[in-house]
Design a protein around this ligand. Structure first.
Ligand SMILES: Nc1nc2c(c(=O)[nH]1)N=C([C@H](O)[C@H](O)COP(=O)(O)OP(=O)(O)OP(=O)(O)O)CN2
Ligand SMILES: [Zn+2]
Length: 141
């Protein structure tokens, strides 16, 4: 089930879009405090990505919704997150997954002429648990 209500990001950009997606992925948290999560297990992750900017491209897009889906779902659906180089230095907790997805999306956006920004990535790991990554002002390009 895709979620219908999200924490808002307050900003001054003219345009904002949100892309929802969900994906199946496995992970394990290799840490003594992780309890049962030390064993490999799977989740249906729900992800919401918030993009904003002042300018659209020639097609009238901040960024194509499909680009965002390709970047995250295309890379991680039906995979073991721990196998990905982007998670090599961190444990794929919900918080870290949100931050890594933000880094990946914002790198992709940086290559666009209209220069949109990723303001927030929300990652829901279970029906009762989610995390959000938002860059600090100084983290922006
Ligand atoms: N800060 C974090 N705490 C926990 C994480 C995490 O990523 N960040 N992860 C886990 C587990 O991996 C698990 O995926 C989620 O745990 P939890 O919400 O406790 O899952 P339950 O379904 O058992 O929770 P209920 O309260 O029974 O719904 C643990 N902690
Ligand atoms: Zn888990």
């Amino acid at each position: 089930m895709l979620q219908q209500f999200y924490p808002q990001v307050f900003h001054d950009y003219r345009y904002e879009l949100n892309k929802d997606m969900q994906m199946a992925a496995a992970h394990f948290i290799d840490h003594q405090d992780a309890g049962r999560c030390r064993d490999t297990h799977g989740h249906t992750y729900f992800i919401n990505i918030t993009i904003a900017g002042d300018a659209l491209d020639d097609a009238g897009f901040l960024v194509d919704f499909k680009t965002l889906k390709d970047e995250i779902h295309g890379a991680y659906d039906h995979t073991l997150l721990n196998d990905h180089p982007r998670f090599a230095e961190g444990l794929p907790t919900t918080e870290v997954v949100a931050r890594v997805f933000w880094e990946q999306v914002d790198e992709r956006l940086a290559a666009r002429e209209n220069r949109p920004y990723c303001l927030q990535v929300l990652v829901r790991e279970t029906p009762t648990s989610y995390a959000i990554y938002r860059p600090k002002r100084g983290d922006h390009r």
